[in-house]
Design a protein around this ligand. Structure first.
Ligand code: OXD
Length: 336
């Protein structure tokens, strides 16, 4: 039998990923490198069974990297990819692949695939949870409960609201379907603007601003590309109706954060639900923390579930070995 292609896993939970893959691919050479953090990607532990880098891990890391044909990772620090001469395929453990596509170190010959995980379900639940929380007024009733107050407010329905979704891919589309099932009117924006069943109207990359004035809530679910960075600028925010809710589960860089803060401060926006930020972790002294209309979560809307990602990767690995086309391959030119 030909030698099976080597896999290198680079992740903060590298060992757990490696063990999950070894269960599924017992004959495959798999090395794991535990990165200290996702932010720096810096490695702290050696390859399997090697112990800390400080003792004898460094050369094992170098070996694992230089001989791997396949990389499973969320992100890697500078100079990793240039140390991988055998690399042919990167599977990203998340939905967004911007960290790799932005790297000038990624050779054009390397295929990039992304994971689908259960991100679509996770994102839909997150978005609908926050929308309902705001519409029902859960916090207000909780406060009234504390003071034993029987005070009834209006009870707006999601079914009477219009939600705009920017990005109708593996995250935006399931959300659109779930919202439609609850009776909300959904508008969407995608690069092509092609009609999608169940979505009232789909706008294109050149016409998406036309939908904003109708959106009681705006969900940002588009990938980070040269086209989308900074797209939610002050004029986009101003075009939303007063009191609208902005929800960002994509990448912080899609929104002009200063303009967002200003729109929250002057009460033009009713709320911003933010899972992602231009700088992560959000710096401790960032004004968004103390903005009462901002709802902040630490990039948890759609966590990668190791067992699910391991299943998905294994399926693709078998296709790779068989010479079949890979699932969820990214168009590197388009950026998603
Ligand atoms: C992803 C993410 O891209 O979690 O999967 O941000």
């Amino acid at each position: 039998m030909n030698k099976l292609p080597r896999i290198c896993v680079w992740h903060t939970q590298g060992d757990t990923y490696r063990d999950a893959l070894r269960e599924r691919l017992p004959d495959t050479p798999i090395e794991a490198i535990n990165a200290a953090t996702h932010e720096t990607g810096e490695a702290v532990l050696g390859a399997p069974d090697s112990g800390p880098v400080a003792s004898h891990g460094t050369s094992l890391i170098a070996d694992a990297i230089s001989s791997a044909e396949i990389l499973l990772a969320w992100k890697v620090p500078p100079r990793t990819l240039t140390s991988m001469p055998a690399l042919r395929w990167v599977q990203v453990t998340g939905a967004g692949v911007d960290h790799f596509l932005e790297s000038t170190e990624l050779s054009a010959a390397v295929t990039v695939t992304r994971s689908l995980g259960r991100f679509g379900i996770q994102i839909s639940e997150y978005i609908i949870g926050y929308l309902l929380h705001h519409l029902i007024g859960i916090d207000t009733y909780r406060e009234k409960q504390m003071s034993h107050e029987w005070a009834r407010n209006n009870r707006p329905l999601l079914a009477d609201r219009t939600v705009g979704i920017i990005g109708l891919g593996s995250l935006g589309l399931p959300t659109a379907k779930a919202l439609t099932a609850l009776g909300a009117r959904v508008l969407g924006a995608s690069h092509s603007g092609l009609a999608v069943p169940g979505i009232d109207n789909v706008f294109s990359a050149s016409s998406w601003r036309n939908m904003l004035s109708e959106c009681n809530a705006l969900v940002i679910a588009a990938p980070k590309t040269v086209e989308t960075v900074g797209m939610i600028d002050q004029s986009a925010l101003d075009a939303l109706p007063k009191g609208a809710i902005v929800i960002n589960i994509s990448r912080g860089e899609l929104i002009d954060e200063d303009a967002l803060l200003e729109a929250l401060e002057r009460g033009h926006l009713g709320a911003a639900v933010l899972d992602v930020f231009a700088a992560e972790p959000l710096p401790e002294d960032h004004p968004l923390w103390d903005q009462s209309r901002a709802w902040i979560t630490p990039h948890i809307a759609a966590p990668s579930e190791i067992e699910v990602i391991a299943d998905e990767f294994t399926k693709n690995y078998r296709r790779y070995v068989a010479g079949d086309s890979l699932l969820n391959e990214v168009d590197r030119r388009r950026g998603y």
